[in-house]
Design a protein around this ligand. Structure first.
Ligand code: FEO
Length: 399
């Protein structure tokens, strides 16, 4: 059964949601599912903007058929070639053999790499090119590395709709609601939106900044991303979040304590620090067990808070492996502009603090606060003054 929504009088959402997939990109947990958005414009010409993941292809085809009502499909614009959006290109060509695929040269090359047979159907476009479909005139804007090198966005100059590819997307299925004003985004969606951005596009902040600069020169009325809600009001809220995330600025003054514990002693020390912070007036504190929290959530929270405390047991004379994985992911995603505090623990040769300090050393614009602590197996009365000094130094760093 088809399931479509009108966005404007002649633009339709024809995507769908996958609520059964456990791991997006086979890495990131998506307990709330994910939507794959595609949009169909009915003008003198009919134009489909991107396809969907293979998992919802049947729904997608029914949606397109219900909107076209027997009309031919004239154009398929490909803004992004990652298979969660491009998997159904050949299926579209099989059903609409006269469709012309509009894409840039890199996307064309990627289609070949993925084994699509599309040569005679392709119209290549470049940054700044325009196309008229009747009433609607669109312009193509390059958005390299947001999130792949071929990525572009398409702006409909007639009605102000921006087809933004991965930008402004979010994890989470669309459960009937399509528009940002049909959900409580700041309550129910922002954490998944941040986790999507930081883990998928987070590495490419400067490229997102480039796109935001270009977006600032056009009069955007509606943002149609490839995942998550369509934005038709309050655009400044989400543009502001993207600006902050892509500049690697923390959203909040607060402390994220990530601890790696084997028998609870490092966790107890982390709890002691959290309590001291709260008692000293810094109540915005969160604690995460690095062994139990998927790293995608840790990355998301790292982008949110100004201060990060890493409390790690020493394991085989190294950093505790899950903590090491988290630090390596932070580095891979280009995390910057944070204050770090280190707590090490060990029973015979504690050195996780020294190793973490070395590992963090080449991250951009970070500060590793001088006050740190080395515990022998567990925190004791003798360690109280040092832990208190750590709490003070964290609060001082926020001023
Ligand atoms: Fe949703 Fe980069 O694909």
């Amino acid at each position: 059964m088809y399931c479509v929504r009108n966005i404007t009088e002649d633009l339709y959402w024809v995507g769908g949601s996958d609520r059964r997939l456990a791991l997006f990109e086979n890495i990131h947990p998506i307990p709330r599912g994910v939507s794959y958005n595609s949009y169909l414009l009915i003008d003198k010409k009919t134009v489909l903007f991107d396809t969907v993941d293979w998992s919802i292809c049947r729904q997608f085809i029914e949606n397109i058929q219900s909107v076209l009502k027997g009309k031919p499909l004239d154009y398929l614009v490909i803004n992004h070639m990652e298979p969660d959006h491009a998997a159904c290109i050949e299926e579209i060509i099989l059903r609409y053999p006269n469709v012309k695929i509009v894409c840039n040269h890199k996307a064309f090359l990627f289609m070949h790499q993925f084994g699509f047979h599309i040569d005679e159907n392709v119209i290549e476009v470049n940054e700044g090119d325009t196309m008229s479909f009747g009433k609607h005139i669109v312009t193509f804007v390059a958005a390299p590395m947001v999130h792949w090198p071929e990525a572009m966005v398409t702006f409909d100059t007639t009605n102000g709709v921006l087809f933004s590819a991965d930008a402004f997307g979010s994890f989470g299925s669309l459960d009937g609601q399509l528009f940002n004003d049909e959900v409580n985004f700041d309550r129910d969606w922002i954490d998944d939106a941040r986790r999507y951005y930081t883990n998928i596009v987070g590495k490419y902040g400067p490229h997102v900044q480039d796109l935001l600069r270009k977006a600032g020169t056009i009069d955007i009325k509606i943002i149609c991303p490839l995942h998550g809600p369509v934005w038709r009001n309050d655009l400044g809220y989400f543009l502001g979040k993207y600006d902050k995330w892509s500049r690697y600025e923390p959203e909040e003054k607060g402390v994220m304590i990530v601890y790696g514990t084997m028998y609870g002693n490092t966790e107890a020390a982390a709890s002691d620090l959290a309590t001291r912070l709260v008692e000293k007036g810094m109540t915005n504190v969160v604690m995460y067990d690095v062994s139990k929290t998927h790293v995608s959530y840790l990355i998301s929270e790292t982008f949110k808070y100004s201060n990060v405390v890493l409390a790690s047991v020493t394991y085989n004379l190294k950093i505790y492996p899950p903590m090491l994985a988290y630090i390596m992911d932070m580095k891979a995603l280009n995390v910057q502009k944070r204050n770090f505090t280190l707590i090490e623990n060990g029973s015979w040769a504690p050195q996780s603090g020294k190793l973490m300090r070395e590992l963090l050393g080449d991250m951009k614009e970070i500060t590793i606060l001088d006050n740190e602590i080395s515990l022998n197996s567990s925190m004791k009365e003798d360690d109280v003054d040092s832990m208190d000094a750590i709490a003070e130094s964290i609060i001082e760093s926020m001023k």
